[in-house]
Design a protein around this ligand. Structure first.
Ligand SMILES: [Zn+2]
Length: 309
């Protein structure tokens, strides 16, 4: 995920493992586990239902537990396509952090991490405000992102997928990554073309596994750019650097779920590499910040096509 300031939720980190604040409820925990399982097995409406049930059985002031549940609920509602409901969930999650901040001074023994709660509240507030300006049913999300372009004379873009032992991928993973990049090419084949190269010094787009600290916790990938701005304010890409975490170096040691995760991640980050600097607000697009998809949506296709039209 790239850092795109207020318009981006990617910096809302995964929740740290903290004890529930203001009480523990066994029934809520059970519902949460069922919700997590439903989410992992891509049964999102069911996940949403379980997270709602967990929230409903918790005491009203279990803000620590509820903040995490609203966060999970928001993701489940977003990827189900329930945009308005998800916006409300993100808002509820923000309010839980605000309640924690209010409670902190009179509960010094509770160990509330106020700096963290402050940051989450701010990020979620920005996210909710941004989402209210977005239309998830518009033909594309061009107006919701920052646009960068590859100059026309750079095509076909030279793609290098590292195979070194330190930062590289095994053969199966390399072809997975190349297939993901090709899906974007097929979205706009008259403009976008790629070719693979074996020399990193020749490459335009470079795929590697991250070194420690290069990818934010809770996020699987990151794309950064080397670019320049012309006199008219257009941003042109010179190089794109894509970091993808990978469950195993040897593709044969990966489960099907892990193979799909790599493909999903490569597809999302490749969207950044081709010029979509930012995220779709809709959970039905690959460029949603936590999309589980394995293919581009019509809005993803329309957006990349509009960038190069
Ligand atoms: Zn991203």
């Amino acid at each position: 995920m790239t850092a795109i300031g207020a318009a981006c939720a990617a910096t809302v980190a995964a929740l740290p493992a903290q004890a529930l604040f203001f009480g523990y409820d066994q029934q809520a925990e059970a519902y949460k586990h069922q919700g997590d399982y439903a989410y992992e097995t891509q049964n999102y409406p069911s996940a949403s239902n379980y997270f709602n049930q967990a929230i409903n059985v918790l005491p009203y002031d279990a803000y620590q537990a509820k903040s995490g549940l609203y966060y999970s609920l928001a993701l489940a509602d977003d990827v189900s396509g329930s945009y308005e409901r998800a916006t409300d969930d993100w808002q509820h999650a923000k309010e839980c952090y605000d309640q924690l901040l209010q409670a902190a001074p009179s509960n010094p023994a509770a160990g509330i991490n106020t700096a963290w709660a402050q940051e989450e509240s701010g990020e979620l507030g920005n996210l909710v405000n941004w989402r209210r300006t977005c239309d998830p049913s518009s033909q594309d999300y061009f107006s919701n992102i920052n646009v960068r372009r590859w100059p026309a004379n750079k095509f076909p873009l030279k793609v290098f997928v590292d195979e070194s032992s330190g930062l590289g991928f095994g053969a199966g993973s390399r072809s997975t990554i190349e297939q993901a990049a090709s899906q974007w090419v097929m979205a706009d084949p008259t403009r976008l073309r790629i070719t693979t190269v074996g020399d990193i010094n020749q490459a335009d787009i470079i795929y590697q596994r991250p070194q420690a600290g290069q990818v934010a916790q809770g996020s699987g990938g990151r794309t950064t750019y080397d670019d320049f701005v012309d006199a008219r304010g257009n941003r042109w890409i010179k190089h794109a650097y894509v970091k993808l975490t990978c469950a195993a170096v040897d593709y044969n040691n990966m489960s099907n779920a892990q193979k799909n995760e790599l493909y999903n991640l490569a597809l999302h980050e490749s969207g950044h590499a081709f010029g979509i600097d930012g995220h779709s607000p809709s959970g039905l697009d690959i460029m949603y910040w936590k999309s589980p998809l394995l293919r581009l949506s019509s809005r993803d296709i329309a957006t990349i096509t509009r960038i190069y039209q």
